[in-house]
Design a protein around this ligand. Sequence first.
Ligand code: HEM
Length: 145
Amino acid sequence: MTPAVVLIGLKAAVALATLVLAAALTALARGNPRLHGRLNLVFVSLVLAALAVFELAIRLVNPGLMNALWGDPGVRQGLIIHLSFSLPATVFMLAMLATGVKRRTRVHKILAPLFLLFWIGTVVTGFFFLPNEAAPVTQASAPRN
Ligand code: HEM
């Protein structure tokens, strides 16, 4: 799995998840909270699946990928800014799921703008602050014919 496949794959997954989230918010605006809940279950599943694949990719398949990203000073700064949105976004997403499922509507509505802020930040910084390619550090040690 090359760095480009991982990076572009993650961006595609985030774009798809954002479309599902937009559909969930549209369902809510149209007075269908049940559909809102169902679509948001799909949204959460997509995000968690993308994170799981990404973890597998960087830990098992291509451990050099994160070194390649953190090793580039230009990319490193973008990565830090991106993580400062994406890590809170993940926590808020799980809190939104928990409060939605338990019908803790008041807390759910209070958390909603915060979650949206961090999610939008995650999407914008993921797309515009992170590259689609990284120097594949591990290939240097690949066997030659
Ligand atoms: C970001 C803006 C959001 C707003 C304004 C919002 C608002 C609401 C409202 C008003 C309800 C109806 C509550 C009730 O019937 O008592 C609801 C239900 C729900 N929400 Fe959200 N929500 C948002 C995002 C999310 C997200 C991101 C998730 C999941 C990660 C989520 C998961 C749910 C679930 C599971 C339900 C229960 C649906 C059901 O009744 O079957 N919501 N939401």
